[in-house]
Ligand binder design. Structure first.
Ligand SMILES: *[C@@H]1O[C@H](CO)[C@@H](O)[C@H](O)[C@H]1NC(C)=O
Ligand SMILES: *[C@@H]1O[C@H](CO)[C@@H](O)[C@H](O)[C@H]1NC(C)=O
Ligand SMILES: *[C@@H]1O[C@H](CO)[C@@H](O)[C@H](O)[C@H]1NC(C)=O
Ligand SMILES: *[C@@H]1O[C@H](CO)[C@@H](O)[C@H](O)[C@H]1NC(C)=O
Ligand SMILES: *[C@@H]1O[C@H](CO)[C@@H](O)[C@H](O)[C@H]1NC(C)=O
Ligand SMILES: *[C@@H]1O[C@H](CO)[C@@H](O)[C@H](O)[C@H]1NC(C)=O
Length: 466
């Protein structure tokens, strides 16, 4: 059943192609920071640029890498690059253990017997050691450190400041769903936001999508129809049995999710190139109530074509490959989702445009056990990081775009004088971290200047306390 295990979609990071320069380095970390019996060490990758750095006292801008190859984040976090000069900052992007090239056991790292050291706490401890090294192991650190991150990386940036306030001066946490754990946000919030992104482009857009699930299921029961569908939708494989139908429906579901997430005001290019405001573009095909099933399928085919073949380079729609694409290693995230990062999601078909799919923790847990031999700990992240109990935290800005489904688990209200929320009315998934663009809405320009003001303030605080 869809949704399966959720990827915190990093597939998303990708946009305007700008070449940033950096040196690629490696840093040795302990396999286990929290016990003393495993003495193995391994290397994590990090990228550095010192072009703008004032080595006397310039800040270190530190991206807390999330679930993927670190180069992907370096390429797509234009905001850090754009402001580095103004701040005379050193730029560092650190890769999260068990992703990209930072594998403790090489290509066996994700095997059941080795994957156990993949946790957010271990990753933060890696980052803390790396910063200690960058500060020359000084007892009185010289350089203020600002953490940045988007999505899971944003959660890590916030957690880094919360857990290591003596190391991190402040954190910009963009689109960080730190409130997505069990019991905190309603499980249907995420898909309600996906749905509303389509609804704002026209009630009929949403209604047609909602109607399409049954049409697809009914249509694919006849063998002749599936040949038509394969041809019309340019599918790589025919839809032969119930598994195939489910795969196709899952593929479409995650297509709508992704379109909502990357509903940026400029053309973007992640796993596939997309036009500006892709939701608006696809809704043009669904802008009137379509009751003729054949016509509806033809139109959904057009939507699929925009999503999979905007650059006209794709041979066919590989609906069976699921959402495991790009440079991002979905299996590492699946394991994290099966241990501490439990984020309940559900649909009911009433308040959203999807087929009903209730949250069933027993089933989720059983699936995790058969896949990785572990049972999720739904309370672990709340106990470790506090959920939205942020009163004791400080120097964090949480930013969220209201078009982004992950806002369902975001901090949207300012908590205190130094834990502040910025809401980007017409922003998609961590738009504020992207390079600036002429089509940026004023709300994201505002968010970026807010971040800059706070970074200045945190650096002043750091200097006044030395
Ligand atoms: C795994 O790594 C080893 C040693 O680096 C190499 O010999 C082997 O071909 C790799 N296996 C796969 C499946 O990539
Ligand atoms: C399915 O297609 C075959 C071959 O084109 C044709 O002979 C048959 O009548 C069709 N069946 C239906 C139910 O349309
Ligand atoms: C459906 O067909 C695919 C091959 O197209 C096969 O791998 C799968 O096991 C089949 N599933 C069922 C439930 O028959
Ligand atoms: C839907 O879009 C088509 C093509 O862009 C346009 O001709 C038609 O008027 C639109 N219909 C509505 C109800 O907006
Ligand atoms: C339904 O749409 C198809 C495809 O556009 C068209 O060929 C067919 O005539 C339509 N059927 C009706 C009853 O309008
Ligand atoms: C949840 O999943 C379990 C295991 O697959 C199943 O036995 C149970 O009936 C499900 N509960 C509900 C409410 O669907």
């Amino acid at each position: 059943m869809w949704p399966k295990i959720f990827i915190l979609t990093i597939q998303v990071v990708a946009l305007v192609k700008t070449e940033y320069k950096y040196e690629t380095k490696y840093f040795e970390v302990r396999l286990d920071h929290f016990g003393y019996q495993r003495s193995e060490r391994f290397q994590i990758k990090y990228l550095v640029n010192d072009d703008y750095w004032n080595t006397q006292n310039g800040p270190i801008f530190f991206y807390t890498g999330n679930e993927g190859q670190i180069e992907v984040f370096a390429q797509h976090t234009g905001f850090m690059w754009e402001i580095a000069q103004e701040f005379n900052a050193k730029i560092v992007f650190a890769e999260h253990r068990y992703y990209g090239a930072s594998m403790p056991f090489g290509n066996k790292s994700l095997d059941k017997e080795h994957i156990g050291y993949l946790t957010s706490s271990q990753a933060l401890a890696d980052y803390a050691d790396l910063i200690d090294y960058l500060q020359d192991h000084s007892i009185k650190p010289k350089y203020p450190v600002i953490a940045f991150g988007g999505s899971y990386g944003g959660m890590l940036a916030a957690y880094f400041r919360m857990k290591y306030p003596h190391i991190v001066t402040g954190a910009i946490a963009a689109s960080a769903p730190i409130h997505m754990y069990p019991g905190m946000a309603p499980c249907d919030a995420y898909y309600r936001i996906v749905t509303s992104s389509f609804k704002v482009e026209g009630q009929s857009c949403k209604d047609n999508i909602k109607r399409s699930w049954k049409v697809i299921r009914d249509f694919t029961t006849s063998a002749n129809n599936t040949a038509w569908l394969k041809a019309k939708w340019n599918l790589c494989d025919p839809v032969k049995n119930a598994t195939d139908v489910q795969d196709l429906i899952d593929f479409l579901g995650s297509m709508y999710e992704t379109l909502a997430m990357v509903n940026y005001p400029f053309p973007s290019d992640f796993l596939v190139p997309l036009p500006a405001y892709p939701v608006r573009v696809v809704c043009q095909y669904l802008n009137e109530s379509i009751t003729n099933s054949t016509l509806l399928l033809e139109r959904i085919g057009k939507v699929l074509d925009v999503f999979t073949n905007y650059d006209k380079k794709s041979k066919c729609v590989d609906y069976k490959k699921g959402s495991d694409y790009g440079n991002l290693d979905a299996s590492g995230w699946d394991y994290q989702a099966c241990t501490e990062m439990v984020m309940p999601m559900c649909t009911n078909g009433q308040h959203d445009m999807f087929e009903p799919n209730p949250w069933n923790f027993t089933k989720y847990s059983d699936d995790c056990h058969s896949k990785f031999g572990v049972y999720p700990q739904p309370d672990a992240a709340r106990i470790t990081y506090g959920g939205d109990r942020l009163a004791a935290a400080s120097n964090i800005v949480f930013s969220n775009g209201l078009l982004d489904p992950w806002t369902a688990g975001g901090i949207l209200n300012t908590v205190s004088e130094s834990v502040e929320a910025v809401v980007i009315l017409d922003g998609a998934h961590h738009l504020d971290l992207m390079p600036s663009h002429p089509s940026d809405p004023p709300t994201v320009t505002f968010a970026r200047s807010f971040h800059k003001q706070r970074i200045h303030k945190w650096i002043r605080q750091f200097r006044s306390r030395i």
